[in-house]
Design a binder for this molecule. Sequence first.
Ligand code: ADP
Length: 409
Amino acid sequence: MSTGESTGNGSVVVVNCGSSSVKLALVDPVTGERALSCLGERLGTPDAVVHFKTAEGTRTITPAATTHRGALAHVLQRLLDMDLPPLLGVGHRVVQGGKRFRSSVRIDDHVLADISDLSALAPLHNPANVSGIEAARAVLPELDHVAVFDTAFHQTMPEQAYRYAVPTRWYEEFGVRRYGMHGTSHRFVSARAAEVLQRDAGADPRSLKLVVAHLGNGCSATAVLGGRSVDTTMGMTPLEGLVMGTRSGDLDPAVLELVADRTGASVAEIVAQLNKESGLLALSGLSNDVRTLEEKAGQGHPGAKLALEVFTYRAAKHLAALTVALGGLDALVLTGGIGENGTAIRSALLGRLRHLGLVEDPAANAEHGRSSTPAGRITREGDGPLAMVVPTDEELLIARDTVDLVQHA
Ligand code: ADP
């Protein structure tokens, strides 16, 4: 993450509040520069710490309050005491926006109540997002606050993509359907890819067929047709789809019955294990971190090898499936910590997708080894589809949506 000078017009406070952590950044909506970024960890416990990063360096403090909300209020208060660019507004990342929120919105009491009501669909995320909004509104009441939803970009999915084949009552009364997540990243990356492809290949962004793979700790892929999401791999919650760092991805739901029967665990406990103790971590028995797994696989560790194989096989299978939603493919776009930095994983994915006409350019792929590398192609020149790497920047999109809404208020 870069820190540096702002344009002088001010910056947006971008808040991403999780259940035990909070990420906060002061983002210049024009340049994307960060005047400050901050990470609070283990909030709500006596071991809570907050790391601040500015152009002057990094600093770690122990927040005076140990509650989650108190710690966030403390961090925001510290911000106000610093010599920083003027604040234009506050943008909050919110995970679940349900059917109601198809785009970002200014937050008032009604919007906040709706976000809170959507907690049934996202019990791990929306309550934390709500506490973040409440704490920030209390400390910065004079600023406009904006909610940017992970699900909003996927509200353009057609019914054939978002409906589960389950009893209709579950859908109509409980909202059980696919919503999709990581929408801010997929939106940012697909727009950037369309810009680059228009510039470099004269492509028409209105008809572009993109599959965007966001591969980080959480992983999802989206089919984007002419700038609109038409299908995505995450479902009602982030648990569906690809294998992730600690999440299982797709699973036969009957597994829950068997495990509950054998272990006596509740459904909630099993779902927590599927979220936090599965994925690469479980398959390898080692780590959820791809770098560690690559190192250990290189030394012959069977669990690490298996984890990486299942990960790339499942990802490639989903990426190919998403071309059905598009009726073809112009470009596969890779992003997230693994997509931007993982040369070997990218190579393995392309190797499994050769039949779609994607042929790796090993030299170009090796070049894209650092997140600071700009967007660029990693397949050979030719008539078929191409693959490219596009670094994501969800905070910048949140900052831009925030100023857009504040200026049009
Ligand atoms: P989050 O979803 O938490 O934002 P990131 O997008 O930062 O996560 O992605 C984290 C993942 O990226 C980890 O699995 C990490 O191992 C992987 N990663 C980071 N750098 C590299 C690298 N050079 N090669 C392979 N994987 C990498």
